[in-house]
Write a protein that binds this ligand. Structure first.
Ligand code: GDP
Ligand code: MN
Length: 385
């Protein structure tokens, strides 16, 4: 689950990380009022504020979603423009208004769960502000990494060692090291899979502060953290993922054209691998779950067919606890409820396979039992469409 920047800022602030204050606006008028109020509290920014789009996307700065305003009136104008924007397909419904900081340098701080080392890895770079992916591609030597042993956490000397890659002045290095340890504590406490501060800035007077915050929380942690789960904003998520969650399906939207409807996460992964192997691109990851019923199949098809980039739909069902006839009935019911605008390729084998094939044949569908053959056909049909 993604958090908005303003939510991530609140969390990091609670862990003692220095972050300028800020408030969220839904209208230009509110943005103007907040800017006025922030100017009244001083803060050394001379009334200048930053207006920032609150969407689940990075690179807002480049997209025009982060704007400096010299006064409250200009903050209102920027807010009006940003509130009308979409960034990476996501409509901007809220902006954060925060006092503008003076920037002497921008660094990057991030922690991710790293599968290779099976640990949280802290990454820092003096080349902050820009896309860290770009730094990783062009100047990888400017990124410094440390795998943290979760038994001990991030130790003071480790943090200081990394902080000295960012700052030569000792007071700034100490401040950055303290921020790293606090970031690690927050990361561990909320069950994040990613936490990022980009940019971490030094101001001309030598203060170190976080000006941006990104947090992704592992969905499996949400049950343990109801206070984090409550921060979910479905209006900021891909509509297909929201519908899938409501239907009890495990669904992740991807960029390709072959819609996949599979039972079991392992088979879903194998199916996506095969789609790629035969030259196609999956449009989604979808696991209809172990004990399917026809309704889940109807829900799944409704979500997949609503995606305009889908050119063919591949069913790959291995009947165990899942009964193939349930899936077949779901497919038939779905076609009665809404039009299938793209070709279906159905492969099913296992429990009640013969019954399923009978149901499908009666309804005018053909079914395959060979997985390779089915994937090849689905890829070919997506290409031909
Ligand atoms: P992102 O592009 O989505 O990562 O949004 P950021 O919050 O990181 O902002 C993008 C860029 O805007 C930063 O790298 C800064 O260069 C600039 N920026 C953000 N906040 C401030 C600020 O308070 N003062 C100044 N001068 N620049 C800022
Ligand atoms: Mn940023």
């Amino acid at each position: 689950m993604n958090l908005h920047e303003y939510q991530a800022r609140d969390i990091l602030r609670r862990y003692g990380i220095p972050i300028p204050p800020g408030e969220v606006a839904e209208t230009p008028e509110q943005a103007r009022e907040i800017a006025q109020r922030l100017a009244g509290t001083g803060g050394g920014s001379g009334g200048r504020v930053v207006v920032k789009a609150q969407v689940h996307a990075g690179g807002r700065g480049k997209a025009g979603g982060v704007k400096l305003a010299k006064d409250a009136a200009e903050a209102g104008e920027h807010a009006a423009r940003i509130l009308g924007m979409s960034i990476k397909g996501l409509p901007v419904r809220r902006v954060l208004v925060t006092p503008a900081a003076e920037i002497a340098s921008e660094s990057y701080l991030g922690i991710i769960v790293d599968r290779a080392s099976q640990r949280p890895v802290l990454m820092v770079s003096p080349a902050g502000g820009v896309d860290i992916e770009e730094v990783a591609a062009k100047t990888p030597e400017r990124i410094h990494r440390l795998a943290v042993d979760p038994r001990y956490g991030l130790l003071a000397h480790q943090a200081l060692g990394l902080a000295l890659k960012l700052y030569r002045e000792m007071p700034q290095a100490r401040a950055a090291a303290d921020i790293m340890q606090r970031l690690y504590a927050a990361f561990y406490a909320v069950g994040a899979s990613l936490m990022e501060i980009n940019p971490l800035v030094a101001t001309p007077d030598g203060t170190v502060a976080a000006l941006d915050a990104k947090i992704v929380v592992d969905d499996n942690e949400l049950e343990r953290h109801p206070e984090i789960a409550a921060l979910r904003d479905p209006s900021a998520e891909a509509p297909s993922e929201v519908q899938a969650r409501q239907a009890g399906l495990t669904f992740i939207k991807l960029e390709g054209s072959v819609g996949c409807c599979v039972n079991g996460a392992g088979l879903a992964m194998a199916t996506m691998d095969l789609v790629k192997y035969y030259g196609g691109e999956p449009a989604n990851f979808l696991d209809i779950g172990g004990s399917s019923n026809p309704q889940k199949v109807v829900d799944a098809l409704r979500i997949i067919t609503a995606d305009r980039s889908v050119r063919s739909i591949l069913f790959n069902i291995f009947g165990g606890i899942t009964r193939c006839d349930d899936v077949a009935n779901g497919i038939v019911q779905a076609t009665q409820q809404f039009p299938m605008k793209v070709p279906l390729v159905i492969r099913l084998t296992g429990t009640n396979e013969a019954l399923a094939i009978e149901i499908l044949t009666k309804a005018g569908f053909s079914a395959l039992t060979d997985m390779d053959e089915a994937v090849k056909q689905a890829v070919a049909k997506a290409r031909a469409a």
